[in-house]
Structures are given as C-alpha cells and as structure tokens.
Design a protein around this ligand. Structure first.
Ligand code: EPU
Length: 429
C-alpha cells in the first residue's frame, strides 16, 4: 500500500487545475445504462472510483472507450469517455462489486427502468444501519416497482415497465435523488420528485438526461418534474468541475499561506465554503478562469459551521475545514448533521497536535500555534485529504498511510500540489 510523505512549511504559489467532479462523473456514467445509443462524457477525472465503475458497468454490457488526446487538449480538460449500453446482458450487480463502491448501487433504478428487473447487492458495511437505502427503495416503489430483499440483495421488478409517480423524500438524499431521477426518465408519463437533493451534481445529471431526450422541469430546485421517454438517445455532455476538490485546495492554500489560482473552478458551486473561508480571513477572488485564493501572513479567524445539504456547507469538506481550523486563533465549532459518524479524522489530526473535543455531532476545535508532523492513517477519502492539508502546514515530516482512499477521489494530488511548491511525494510500498 502506498503512502504519502509531506514536509510541511512551504507556501503554495501557482495554478492548480480543477478536474471534473467525481460525484457527477459516477452517476453520469451510470446514466449510460438508460440508452442503447452512445453517451459521450467529456472532462471525466482520472480516479480509481471511475475505473472501478467502468468495470462494473462492463459487467452489465456497457462498452467503454476512452478517447486519445487531441491537439489543444489542456491538462484541465480530463478524459473523454464513450459509453454504449447497446444491449444490457446482465441485470445482476453482485456483492463483490457493489460492496467496493457505494455509488454502484445506483444502477438499480436505470436497470429496472430499462429491463423491467434488476438484482443489486445491498452496499457493503452496515447498509441498513448507518447508510441505509430505504429512500432509494421507496422511490422505486412509487414508480411501480415491486421490491423484495433476499439474501443481501434487492430484487426490483416492473415487468410492464415503470409508471410515473410522485416521490416525496422525507430526508434529502443525493443518491436516492439520482436513482429516482434516472428511473423516472424512462418511466411512462409524469413523475414528480419532492424534497430532491439540489446538489450541483444532481443538476448535472438532469441536464444530461434532458440531452438524452427526457423532459425535466425544476432543475436546481427541490421539486423535479419529469416526463419520461419511451427510449432515450445518445448525447454529449461535459462533467462539471469538482467543487469538493476546489474547496479542498482552497483550504490547503489557506492553511499554508500563499497565492494560488484554482483553474476551471466555479465559485457558484461552493458559495458557502468560500464565504466561510472569507470569514476566516482568506482572500478569495473570482476570476474569468477560476478562483484565486490567497493568504498572506495574518492568522486565521475561528468559524462556526454546520454541514447541510446544498447550498449549505458540504459534509465532504468538513474534515478539511477541521484541519484548517486546528490552526486558527481561537475555538471553532463544526457540527456534522449529514453522517453521524464522520469524525474519523479527529484522532489522526490529534496525532499532529490538534486539540479537538467531540460531543456527539459537535466538534470544538481549539486552534493551536503549530501542528507537528507525525505518522497518520487515512480512513476515508475526505478524512485522508484533511491529513494532507494538516501535514502541509505542520512542522516537519508527516507520513499518511493507506492513501488508496485519496486516489479514489483526488486526481494526481501530489503532482498538483507539488507544482505549487509543496514538498509532497508518494512512497510506493
Ligand atoms: N440516507 C437514508 N436513507 C437512504 C439514503 C440516505 O437515511 O436511503 C441518509 C444517509 O444515511 C445520510 C443522508 O441520508 O445520513 C445523506 O446521504 P446521501 O444519500 O445524500 O449520500 P450518498 O448519496 O450516499 C453522496 C456522495 C457523498 C456525500 C453525500 C452527501 C456520491 C458518490 N457520494 O452520497 O460523497 O457525502 O452524497 O452529500 O455522490 C465522498 O465523495 O467522499 C462522499 C462520501
């Protein structure tokens, strides 16, 4: 297993290209199951999760080709994927595959919509406990699917196809909204999704489905009205920039000091985090090509933040913000309201000298003068990258073990940071 070695203390100066969003690319790839024609996706990031999903979709019969580079292609442009599900050869998504990536559960809606049946493993870990799928199943039931649970699998059937219906989510779920939206696009008649997730990645998938022939009103709002199509066609769609990658690098610059242009970033996708960074005393300038982040000399002000569905502060930036606030001039509070156990980074940050007190869903972070390098362990994607941020600002050497988590969601992280002056390298085991 690879690790990452960081020597802290260097300011970051330069340009970091922002890649296409992982959490849009994954459901967009899954949307290819809805059509027999080719879906071309541009700006797909090079990530382990994308490769893994390509394999999973291949199992269902999706042919994936990756276009070569073209002249004028820039580093920020990402890959071009052509996905063709001419024939779905298998409606089974086995445990070995779904347990490795939760988002692959989202094939359920598209498969039952197109084929009238699907058998998809429940996602790994404590799926019914801490990250349940009840909202996904209720949504498909509202569209007329019969659902049974058997031996750790969800069996969904709609032999005569799905029917439009009304789905009212009691709680905002990104994944359940993706599943409901993709299934509705091939259901007969009108569907209405109420309390839909408004995350930009949901909007990106909706825009792509419109290009494929679905009619969708209310994109970007919490009520989506979908007129299903008998068949969906091919389309060409560009994946939107990754707002979590953007926010992560913004916090890295805030932590180390310096001046960096986040090229291709879109400020409208992360107004809440940018606002929090401004409150902390970080200089944020929106330019034609992206977002400029600068901090010179002055210390960081503490902030009080609560994670919320979009447009609130994203849970996927909570760990990174905590790393940053570990060095603020005072005590910050960070409340995690989306996932009940998303504080695994706390004990690792403590190894670097952070002073964080946990009380249920509330973390109180007392800023310290300096963090000190140490050996730490990456526990999940966003927690891992928070350790990189802390390591970049800490005194001395930090070794982050188990970095495969980072490769799932951050493209070429050591190269992107290294080009801006960070002392960071990958150690292969
Ligand atoms: N929930 C239910 N029932 C369900 C589904 C969800 O109770 O049927 C609960 C969850 O337990 C959680 C809350 O609803 O408490 C929100 O979960 P959501 O369904 O929105 O999360 P997700 O779709 O599984 C996506 C992202 C996550 C991100 C969350 C929240 C992708 C591939 N994943 O997960 O991203 O944290 O939305 O914004 O888009 C990451 O990229 O590191 C990551 C974890």
């Amino acid at each position: 297993m690879d690790s990452i070695r960081v020597i802290g203390g260097s300011r970051l100066e330069g340009t970091i290209p922002i890649s296409g969003a992982k959490n849009a690319a994954l459901p967009l790839m899954i949307a290819s199951l809805l059509s027999a024609e080719t879906l071309t996706l541009e700006n797909v990031p090079q990530l382990a999760d994308v490769v893994q999903l390509g394999r999973i979709l291949g199992n269902h019969g999706v042919d994936l080709t990756i276009a070569g580079k073209r002249s004028g292609h820039r580093a920020v442009d990402g890959q071009t994927f052509r996905l063709t599900a001419h024939e779905i050869v298998d409606t089974l998504a086995p445990y070995e595959m779904v347990s490795r990536m939760r988002a692959s559960f989202w094939v359920l809606g598209p498969l039952v919509a197109r084929m009238g049946e699907a058998k998809v493993s429940l996602p790994g870990g404590c799926a019914i406990g801490t990250r349940p799928v009840d909202l996904h199943l209720e949504a498909l039931r509202a569209l007329g699917a019969e659902i049974e649970l058997e031996g750790g699998y969800v069996l969904a059937k709609a032999p005569k196809g799905l029917q439009g219906g009304r789905i009212t989510f009691p709680k905002v779920s990104v994944g359940a909204t993706h599943n409901a939206l993709m299934a509705s696009a091939l259901a007969k008649g009108e569907s209405v999704i109420e309390n839909a997730a408004r995350e930009p990645e949901v909007g990106d998938v909706a825009e792509c489905l419109v290009k494929m022939g679905a009619q969708i009103d209310g994109i970007g709002t919490s009520t989506l009205t979908i007129q299903g199509a008998d068949e969906l066609k091919g389309a060409v769609h560009t994946v939107l920039p990754d707002r979590i990658e953007t926010g992560t690098y913004a916090m890295a610059v805030a932590a180390t000091g310096g001046d960096v242009l986040l090229d291709n970033a879109r400020a409208d996708l992360l107004e809440s985090p940018l606002d929090i960074l401004r409150q902390a005393g970080v200089e944020i300038t929106v330019t034609n090509s992206g977002i400029r982040v600068a901090r010179n000399g002055a210390g960081l002000n503490p902030v009080n933040v609560e994670t919320q569905p979009f447009p609130g502060f994203p849970t996927d930036l909570q760990a990174q913000l905590m790393a940053l606030m570990s060095m603020a001039k005072g005590t910050s509070t960070i409340r995690e309201t989306i996932f009940e156990n998303r504080f695994m980074h706390v004990q690792e940050l403590a190894r670097l000298g952070a002073e964080i007190d946990l009380d249920g869903d509330l973390a109180s972070v007392a800023g310290v003068e300096k963090l000190h390098g140490a050996q730490v362990m990456a526990t999940d994607l966003r927690a891992s990258v928070s350790l990189v941020i802390a390591g970049l600002a800490a005194e001395g050497e930090t070794i982050i073990n188990r970095v495969y988590h980072i490769d799932r969601g951050f493209e070429r992280i050591e190269e992107k940071l290294g080009r801006c002056g960070a002392r960071i390298e990958r150690l292969s085991s």
